[in-house]
Every structure is written in C-alpha cells, then in structure tokens.
Design a binder for this molecule. Structure first.
Ligand code: SD4
Length: 345
C-alpha cells in the first residue's frame, strides 16, 4: 500500500498540544509545520458518525452505520462493524487471519465500551474463536466482570457456543514456519501489525467503541497489548468523547493513552489536538522520545473528529450520512509509520 505524502503538524497546533500543560519535548523526532493539521483538527460531521483506525476501517464504518440505521443500537452497530474486520481472513492484524504468536497460534484481544452506563467488556489472549469482540460484549452484559483472559475466556465462549475457527490460517502458518527458521538463524524480523479501534457517536449524543486485534506478530504467547485494556487501546466517556489507539501497545498502555486523549478533550482540546497532546506527553516521558510507532483516533460529543501519529502515514476512516472516506492524520515526526503499523522497536 502506498502512503501519500502529507503535510506535517502545524506548529501552532503543536504548540497548543505541547504547551506547558503537557510539557512536550522533542527527544528523537523533529516536529515540522504545515497547514493540513488545522483543517483536520476542525473537521466535524453530523451524527451518526463513525471513525476507525486504518483504511480497513472503512468497510467496518459502513457496516456500523448500516446496523445503526436499522437497529438504532450503538452497541450492535460497533460490534457488527468490528466483526466485519474480524471475519476478513485476509487481514493479518484482526481476527483469525491474524499473525500468530510465537507458538504458531493466533491469540486475539478485543474490548467494547458503552458510553451510556460507562460499561465495558474485554477479552485477551483468546485462541480459536472468530469474534472476540462479541465475547467481550457478553462479558460486559452477562457477568459482573470486565475482563476474561486465555483459557477462562475460551471456556466462557465455548459455553455460549461462540463460533470457533482455525488456530491459524494456512497462509499465516507457512509465514510463521519461515519466521521460525529465520529465527533459528537469528535473522527473523518482526512483522507489521495493526488494530481496528472504532468509535460511534449517535444523534442523541451517546458514544460507543470497540477494538479488536491479533496483536504483535510472533509475540510471546500470553502477551497482551493495549487493545483490550480499557483506557489503553480504547476509552469512551459519554460526557466528553471517545478515543482509540493502534501501534505498539506497550507504548500506549503504560500511559493510559486513550484515557489521556479523552481527558485532554475534557480540558477543551479538539480531538486532533488531544491526540497530539497525548503523543507529546508520552514522548516527554518515554526514554524512546517520539520513536514509539503509536497512533490515536478521537471524536467528541460535538461531532468533531481527528487523529494523529508519531510518524507520517497513519490513515483513519470516517463515515457519516454524507460520506465515507479515508483520511491522513498529522504525524509528529518525519519518520514514516509502516502501512501496517510500523512495528519498529
Ligand atoms: C497491540 N496495538 O497489540 C496493538 C497492535 C497494533 O499496529 O495496533 N499494531 O499492541
């Protein structure tokens, strides 16, 4: 996939985002200026409005809107949107078509959140089930817990007759075998990986979110990233807005990244400003500076939406009654983000 060039973050915007409030600095990336970031920061649309990570979020957004229009249920809509991405076995980042963990089996992480009632459900390291986002929803609706992991989550799903699937697809299995061989020869490279994080604002002002991923390719079995962590890879506050993350989860979850984006919106920032402010905050604390490979999307209660990444090239998808499209986000540094998430440590 070719990532078009785009303008850099407006310096005035970076100044807003990285001002005294957040103590931004520039350890390893140089912020550049341009004008498109301001335009992105001001973008808004009439709800129902859906925003999600990456171009593969576009069909998921369309599905979300379609379900919302017919069912009028925000939870059904975000669940079904994310299920569409999970069902696509050609997607190496979401669902059972994903890159497996180091033992050759795909382990899926997902969560769902409802602004009304501030409810959440989550599952992590789930093997052999096609739709972790739906399991997460049932955890939210049928238990007194928020999160189930591994064998416990699988037992919960099996008891409820969730659809099972292969441990790994044949294509991913042979790629994994090659990786194993290269690893023995100490030449293995970690593959790129991604996540779908998806947010919906309903016309009545309610916000819903869902997130799903197969996580970091060839991860240590049992590794859990940011995606199923409420406040890490996804967060919704019905009074303010919602945010979601993609990229190296370790660089998001240590900072409660999506929670922080929402908190910055609460303080008055626009969604893009809040995403940038979060990137600056994390970079100001992290020994790696901006070399983080992380990206955020956000929308607020007013129907404003935006996104930002540490590098150039993070794309996100937006859909409303008037259009459905893929947008470029501003990047803080000139370094490219890989089209599949830029897994660079
Ligand atoms: C994770 N954040 O498991 C996810 C994966 C991802 O681009 O989004 N990669 O760390």
């Amino acid at each position: 996939m070719k990532i078009p060039r785009r303008a850099f973050v407006g310096s005035s915007l970076a100044a807003i985002a990285g001002g005294p409030l957040i103590g931004a600095n520039s350890k390893s990336g140089n912020s550049k200026s341009g004008s498109s970031a301001r335009r992105e920061a001001d973008a808004s649309a009439k709800p129902p409005l859906v925003i999600s990570t990456w171009p593969f979020g576009k069909p998921a957004n369309d599905r979300t809107l379609e379900v919302f229009r017919s069912a009028r249920s925000g939870l059904d809509a975000v669940e079904q949107g994310v299920r569409l991405a999970e069902a696509d076995l050609s997607n190496p980042s979401v669902g059972l078509g994903g890159i497996p963990a180091a033992h050759g089996v795909v382990q899926l992480d997902a969560c769902i959140m409802s602004g009304p009632g501030h409810k959440a459900g989550s599952v992590a390291a789930v093997e052999g089930f096609k739709h972790p986002v739906s399991i997460a929803r049932r955890v939210m609706e049928e238990t007194r817990h928020v999160m189930l992991v591994g064998e416990g989550a699988q037992r919960f799903a099996r008891e409820r007759k969730f659809e099972e699937g292969p441990a790994v697809t044949p294509g991913q299995k042979s790629a994994w075998e090659n990786w194993k061989k290269a690893q023995e020869a100490e030449k293995a490279k970690a593959p790129n990986h991604d996540t779908i994080a998806l947010l919906l604002l309903s016309p009545s002002g309610d916000i819903f979110g869902a997130c799903s991923t197969s996580g970091w390719g060839y991860k240590i079995p049992g590794r859990v990233g940011d995606s199923p962590i409420i406040g890490g890879g996804l967060y919704v506050d019905n009074a303010v807005g919602g945010a979601g993350a993609t990229g190296i989860g370790e660089n998001v979850m240590r900072y409660c990244g999506s929670f922080l984006v929402v908190e910055f919106m609460r303080q008055g920032m626009s969604p893009t400003e809040a995403c940038l402010a979060t990137l600056h905050r994390i970079a100001s604390m992290d020994p790696k500076g901006y070399d983080l490979s992380i990206n955020f999307i956000a929308l607020d209660k007013r129907g404003r939406f935006g996104a930002a990444g540490t590098g150039q090239g993070f794309q996100y998808s937006v859909a409303c009654d008037d259009y459905s499209k893929v947008l470029q986000s501003p990047g803080v540094t000139q370094k490219p983000v890989g089209p599949l998430g830029g897994n660079r440590l």
